[in-house]
Design a protein around this ligand. Structure first.
Ligand code: UP6
Length: 274
């Protein structure tokens, strides 16, 4: 699938959230997702309104907002309509099925009611997918499994990653892809058997100016992620708004820069000789 266009890949998916994301990527010509990790509603909305034209997806950590009020969700949805992007709450669920179903549907944030895509750690086993799916599937939502992580010393490697991919293959209606650092094509398959699963790979740990932070984060360039590792979406946080969340022109310039780098890498990939 790495040589197919995002548009061509829409037909490989039945999940509405996966289709929506690919349609937006094709329409807006962007594979950039911005991770808006700020703690004040005002900054959150201002950054999203600024980067909106350049992104296919906005990734949130809604539980870090200090002045959260549910009216913020309406503002986020209005921006999603205005700028044409999907919403991904990076909740990283990790509990038993019954608990994650409640965390996904209820509480202050009611994530399932507004987030097109969310994600989960595969550590509890397949029951985490059943739990989330009982809430999200009827709403047309999609799930990503964390098959790998971007941090130094991450434990999501080897057989853990392989089992995550096997879990996903058994739940293709709801699991649309992975948070991972490379394509999961063929991962966990027996010798000489090929898979036909077109999973979306969304990849955090992307930066053009630094190699990491002081807390174990590791950055690679859009080209390394999209061309070398055959991932589909670059997720960028501090690389875009990090200097100062109030510098609108700087944020816009960085969003444009990452969007261009991501799209150029994608074009290189789909036009590579077979
Ligand atoms: N994230 C990672 N690595 C992972 C999974 N998720 O960095 O393996 C998330 C973080 C953060 C964003 O929770 O929201 O992606 C990366 O932000 P940054 O670009 O500012 O480092």
């Amino acid at each position: 699938f790495s040589r197919q266009t995002y548009g061509q890949r829409i037909q490989n998916h039945s999940n509405p959230a996966a289709k929506m994301l690919l349609e937006i990527m094709e329409r807006k010509k962007t594979n950039l997702a911005v991770s808006v990790d700020v703690t004040r509603s005002k900054d959150f909305i201002a950054i999203i309104d600024t980067v909106g034209p350049f992104v296919c997806l906005v990734k949130t950590h809604i539980d870090i907002i200090e002045d959260f009020d549910f009216s913020l969700i309406k503002q986020l949805q209005d921006l999603s309509d205005k700028h044409d992007f999907a919403i991904f709450e990076d909740r990283k669920f990790a509990d038993i099925g019954n608990t994650v179903a409640l965390q996904y549907s209820s509480g202050v944030h009611k994530i399932a009611s507004w987030s097109h895509i969310t994600n989960a750690h595969p550590v509890p086993g397949p029951s985490i997918i059943s739990g989330l799916s009982s809430v999200g599937l009827p709403l047309g939502r999609g799930l990503l499994l964390l098959a790998e992580m971007s941090t130094k010393g991450a434990l999501a490697v080897g057989t853990y990653t392989e089992e995550a991919v096997r879990m996903a293959r058994a739940h293709r209606d709801f699991v649309v892809g992975f948070i991972a650092q490379r394509t999961m094509k063929g991962v966990g398959m027996q010798d000489n058997v090929t898979d036909n699963d077109d999973f979306l790979i969304l990849t955090p740990g992307v930066g053009l100016d630094t190699k990491g932070d002081a807390m174990g984060q590791q950055y690679r360039t859009p080209r390394q992620v999209i061309v070398d590792s055959e991932c589909d979406v670059i997720i960028v946080g501090r690389g875009i708004y990090g200097k100062d969340p109030s510098l609108v022109d700087e944020i816009r310039a960085q969003a444009k820069r990452y969007m261009d780098a991501g799209w150029e890498a994608y074009q290189e990939r789909i036009s590579a000789p077979v």
